[in-house]
Design a protein around this ligand. Structure first.
Ligand SMILES: Cc1cc2nc3c(=O)[nH]c(=O)nc-3n(C[C@H](O)[C@H](O)[C@H](O)COP(=O)(O)OP(=O)(O)OC[C@H]3O[C@@H](n4cnc5c(N)ncnc54)[C@H](O)[C@@H]3O)c2cc1C
Length: 169
């Protein structure tokens, strides 16, 4: 397997292709990571969330990190890490237009962008009473790596998939 760095352009291309990442925040020397959906635009990522631990923590420490990837198998993958700063869009300093922009960005990525966070409640009658938060991450840095299999590993993988397809050969 050969692992190489990818360019900033390739990092942004991955962030445009995928919509799920793992968001890391930390408080009092304790890290916390959760999978979340996001939408990318240059220099920013947008999110929709229910109010809970990650929001409480990011309000206290806005320095965050997000990792996203496309994994073919352990020899063939691409991974991007973003660091940045949390900003909540529900607060008065952000206008309705900015929340609307976040909503449009998320809808462009997935028509049911609101479904996962709200699904957690289980009880539909409670949905209207749930506190929700639009937030964004202003990107400070991005780095990415790509792994590609060496010829030997590719041949081994090819053999495994052939054996799976033709077990009696
Ligand atoms: C593919 C995918 C996409 C998702 N997209 C979104 C999204 O766009 N927005 C969103 O708000 N949420 C999303 N979720 C759910 C998200 O991962 C969290 O579970 C959720 O947001 C609650 O996080 P919280 O910090 O508010 O936890 P709280 O509700 O405050 O939970 C408290 C405790 O529950 C446990 N916990 C919470 N989440 C998880 C988890 N995912 N796995 C294991 N333990 C957990 C932790 O121990 C935590 O301390 C997604 C999950 C998946 C798998």
């Amino acid at each position: 397997m050969r692992i190489t760095s990818i360019s900033q352009q390739e990092c942004t291309e991955l962030l445009q292709r995928v919509s799920i990442g793992r968001l890391a925040c930390s408080l009092n020397d304790q890290p916390y990571v959760v999978p979340v959906a996001f939408s990318y635009e240059p220099d920013r990522l947008y999110f929709f969330s229910t109010f809970g631990k990650k929001i409480k923590w990011m309000r206290q420490n806005p320095k965050v990190c997000l990792q996203a990837d496309e994994i073919g198998n352990r020899w063939n993958w691409i991974s991007v890490i973003v660091t940045g700063t949390y900003s909540e869009l529900n607060v008065p300093q952000y206008h309705t237009a900015q929340r609307e922009h976040a909503r449009e960005q998320l809808a462009a990525q997935c028509s049911e962008w609101w479904r996962i966070p709200l699904a957690e409640t289980g009880d539909r009658s409670l949905v209207s009473s749930i506190e929700t938060v639009f937030f964004r991450i202003d990107i400070k840095s991005m780095s990415g790596l790509r792994a590609v299999p060496e010829a030997e590993e590719a041949a081994k993988l090819d053999g495994v998939s052939k054996a799976a397809l033709h077990p009696s050969d």
